[in-house]
Each structure stands twice: as structure tokens, then as C-alpha cells.
Design a protein. Structure first.
Length: 286
């Protein structure tokens, strides 16, 4: 299993890194469109539609994203869309987690499918816009999610249950602890401080997410990092909830040793549009 994970990871890096660091944003945007279409295919299967319907879902998601790209939405400011994503996504995610695994199948299947497609298309647009802003900016969003996950894992393993006996969401993801969540947030803040220093010391192109938040004030950086870290956990928990309801461990087997595309991007899906929203708010309030 470890060998397969390593091989898959190396192949993914060989594909993703050249696209990400290409001089123009187009290669990465096109590649991300393919990946989000695969995620839409996985999502359709998780809500109970397979075969031709699942394939059509992936094609539809790709078509919608391609139309947004063709229409110029990638280069156009979308403050109302990011605000809507926050107003719907934040309470919506909390509501789904509160209802738990039994509450998910009680929602109409069509609504579950439509909600997932909307989330995927919105996240893709946010990712495409972030890459258009700059590689440093997009990478800082990616690393925020990765840091929250890595720090949460190690802090949770070492200190889980020592300060809070209650688990984070035992019926959805028994291994997650509140200590892990707090550790993830502290890790993100540490990464933010280092990244801001690098932005100010070296010429790294466009400012990172952290620098842009810090320009509004230290309190805004703190609140933004904590908020986005928390929403990365929400994204992870919601996908775990859906998979438990479907009775599967992974969203698919597209990435041998890693599961599916959704398994790799679940925490990013809410964070990308919310990061764009925070940057928009910061710029407007400056």
C-alpha cells in the first residue's frame, strides 16, 4: 500500500507541478477542470447515481466550468458569489454535521446532487481565480489546508483527549479530537507568520493569502486563519459523513493508494471560495 501511495503521489506531482508553475495560468486551470469533473463523477456515485448518470454529472460539471472560463468569469471579480458561498456554506456545513450521518439520506437525492455540483463548480472558479492572482497566493491557500491537516494529525495523536474528553464528531470521524483542531489552527498561524516574513524578505511575486490578510491588521489575520482552518475541518467532516452514509471508505479508486479526488480535495472545497471572500473583504475595507 505504501509503495502504491508513493508511486501515485510521484505521478500526480509530475503532472501537477509543471501545470502549477507554468508561466500562464491556463495549463493549471485546464488540469483543475479535469480533476473537478472527476470529483463530480465521484459525488454522483456517493449520492446514489452511477453509470451513465455519474458520467453525465462529470461532463456537466466540466461544461459549466468551461463556460465560466470562456465567459471571462475567471478574470472577473466575484464578491457577491464569495459572500453567498459564505452565507450558505458556513451554516450549511454546520447544519449537516449537526444532523449527522442519519440526516444525510433524508434530504432529497436531487438536492444532495445539486448541492455537491454547486460546491465543486464554485470551488473550481475560486481556484482558477486564485491561480490567476498568482502562484504564491494559490500555494498559500493549499498549504493552509495541508498545515491544518498535518498539525491536527500529530497534535491529535499526541494530545488527543488530554484537555477535552469529548470527541469532535465521534459518529462521523471517531479519530478527530478537539485538541487536533486547536493544534491545526496553531500550525496554520505558525505557517502564516513564516510566510509573511518570506513575502517581505524575498521577491516571491504576488502576495500570499496571509500577507493580504495581515495588511488589514493582525487581528484580521488571526481571525481569518482560525476561520479557514475550522472550515477545512468542516469540509473533511462533511465528506466523511457522506461516505459513511454511502457505506464506502473512499470516494473512488481513481488515485490508487489515496482513494479518490474528493478524498484529496474535501477540505479545500469550502476554503477556496471563503479565502477569496476574505481577501475581497480585506481589500474593500482597506
Amino acid at each position: 500500500m505504501l509503495k502504491q501511495r508513493v508511486i501515485t503521489a510521484l505521478i500526480l506531482l509530475a503532472i501537477l507541478l509543471p501545470a502549477l508553475f507554468a508561466r500562464a495560468p491556463a495549463p493549471f486551470i485546464a488540469l483543475s477542470l479535469v480533476l473537478i469533473a472527476a470529483a463530480a463523477w465521484e459525488w454522483s456515485r456517493l449520492v446514489g447515481w452511477s453509470g451513465a448518470v455519474a458520467l453525465a454529472s462529470g461532463a456537466l460539471c466540466a461544461l459549466l466550468c468551461a463556460l465560466m472560463w470562456w465567459s471571462g468569469a475567471v478574470e472577473r471579480p466575484m464578491p457577491l458569489l464569495w459572500l453567498a458561498a459564505a452565507l450558505v456554506g458556513v451554516p450549511g456545513g454546520a447544519w449537516l454535521i449537526q444532523r449527522g450521518v442519519p440526516g444525510w439520506p433524508r434530504l432529497p437525492r436531487g438536492l444532495r446532487w445539486l448541492g455537491g455540483i454547486a460546491v465543486l463548480c464554485t470551488a473550481w472558479l475560486a481556484m482558477a481565480q486564485a491561480r490567476t492572482v498568482g502562484i504564491n497566493f494559490l500555494l498559500s491557500i493549499f498549504v493552509l489546508v495541508w498545515a491544518a491537516d498535518v498539525f491536527a494529525y500529530f497534535v491529535g495523536r499526541g494530545m488527543g483527549g488530554k484537555f477535552s474528553r469529548a470527541k469532535l464528531a465521534p459518529a462521523i470521524s471517531p479519530g478527530k479530537s478537539w485538541e487536533g483542531v486547536w493544534g491545526g489552527m496553531l500550525g496554520v498561524l505558525l505557517v502564516a507568520c513564516i510566510w509573511i516574513w518570506v513575502d517581505r524578505t524575498y521577491s516571491v511575486g504576488s502576495p500570499s493569502l496571509y500577507t493580504r490578510l495581515y495588511e488589514r491588521g493582525g487581528w484580521f489575520l488571526l481571525a481569518g486563519c482560525v476561520f479557514l482552518s475550522a472550515m477545512s475541518v468542516v469540509g473533511d467532516l462533511v465528506e466523511s459523513l457522506v461516505k459513511r452514509s454511502a457505506g464506502v471508505k473512499d470516494s473512488s479508486g481513481l488515485l490508487p493508494g489515496h482513494g479518490g479526488v474528493l478524498d484529496r480535495v474535501d477540505a479545500l472545497l469550502p476554503v477556496l471560495p471563503l479565502a477569496m471572500m476574505l481577501v475581497t473583504v480585506s481589500r474593500g475595507a482597506a
